[in-house]
Ligand binder design. Sequence first.
Ligand code: SF4
Length: 167
Amino acid sequence: MIRVLDIIEDTMVDGPGFRTSIYCAGCRHKCLGCHNPQSWDFKGGREMTTEEIMKIIVADPYANVTFTGGDPMYQCDGFAELARAIHRQTNKDIWCYTGFSFESLITRAQRELLELLDVLVDGPYIEKLRDPDLLFRGSSNQRLIDVQKSLYSGQTVLWNPDVTITI
Ligand code: SF4
């Protein structure tokens, strides 16, 4: 079960190609200049089951999937269940946005969700670091992290469509 604010189909701004973006409710980061402050309320939107969300995801055979919000890391268990269903039923990749840094995600529930992701866009939005030319993110502190390579190597590895960068 996930508390969902909105589901946007065929978006091209939350990762490469066409994507189905799941916008969840609830965020405590309260970034100055947040693009979506109405998403902060944990009681916003409505609860949806994994099955309800999967019907929308599988209806588009060409769109990959993005978890965003709000912050999906406040609903790790629900998103992990959804990610498992996506992997079982499709070959879609999964991107996830969070206001936490990758290195700070250390609880069991957070690690279980991480293990199911392809790319994590991490860190809070910082208004003074805003750069409209950045790919798929708002401020330059945020990183596109190749989650599987990072977990495997024990280092933070940045995602790049052509080159892998280890930091
Ligand atoms: S983490 Fe994202 S949703 Fe939460 S306050 Fe920051 S920009 Fe807004």
